[in-house]
Design a protein around this ligand. Sequence first.
Ligand SMILES: C[S@@+](CC[C@H](N)C(=O)[O-])C[C@H]1O[C@@H](n2cnc3c(N)ncnc32)[C@H](O)[C@@H]1O
Length: 245
Amino acid sequence: MNQAPDYSPEFVKALFDEMSVSYDRVNRLTSFGFSERWRRQCVEQLSYKNSQLVYDLMTGAGEVWPYLLPYLPAEAKLVAVDFSAGMLDLAKRKQTTSIQDSRLSLVQHDLLTASDELEPADQIVCVFGLKTFSAEQQARFANRLQKLLKPGGSLSLLEISEPEFGPLRVLYLFYLKLMIPWLGKLLLGNPDNYRMLGRYTASFGNCSQMSECLSKAGLKVSYRRYFFGCASGIVATRPLESCST
Ligand SMILES: C[S@@+](CC[C@H](N)C(=O)[O-])C[C@H]1O[C@@H](n2cnc3c(N)ncnc32)[C@H](O)[C@@H]1O
């Protein structure tokens, strides 16, 4: 855990491109079903009534879609955003096979770049994407999120986190250092990639820093702890009269 993670977008993109083949399987097995539960809980923090545009940011292979799509109104659009071509290829495959939904579209985009490519949305969800952002990138992402929300719009973010309770912390470290790389190898992934993912998670800690950044960006923020702090999250709203920072 001593080596500092590399937060450069080029490195992170290449990491996810390479992990894309095994990510879904490894994630499902190493989380003992918690990933599915947390995705559902993250989605359920928001109301989608009258939504026209919803973003699933850092969509990966669209792991959140089965939880999100049933809540969206018939006329809403769900735009799934990611910068990894490998992950998006899998998402596209899912979109044309198991999840065929005309409301869904995919966009390849780096969320840390300033761009007008994405218009403001009513709701934003983002699951397991924050850990590969450094403190400075979290601040940049918070400002981007503020601009990506319509006034009155809301977001729900969630990330795996370090629990405060001793015995759970021991399990958590066992999970990060041993379980994930070992299962990654067993499921034909590169164990070094999964070890690297563990380093990002350990350095991330929890969502408190991101929560402060969103608050500074002008959003009304509420912090969430899931399963004794093994995951944490943020629900935030852009006030109607909020102005861009
Ligand atoms: C751990 S996966 C999460 C996938 C999915 N949301 C889930 O629930 O499992 C994180 C995703 O964030 C994407 N990502 C990381 N940094 C990004 C950035 N700057 N812009 C866009 N996508 C990014 C990665 O390519 C990867 O697919």
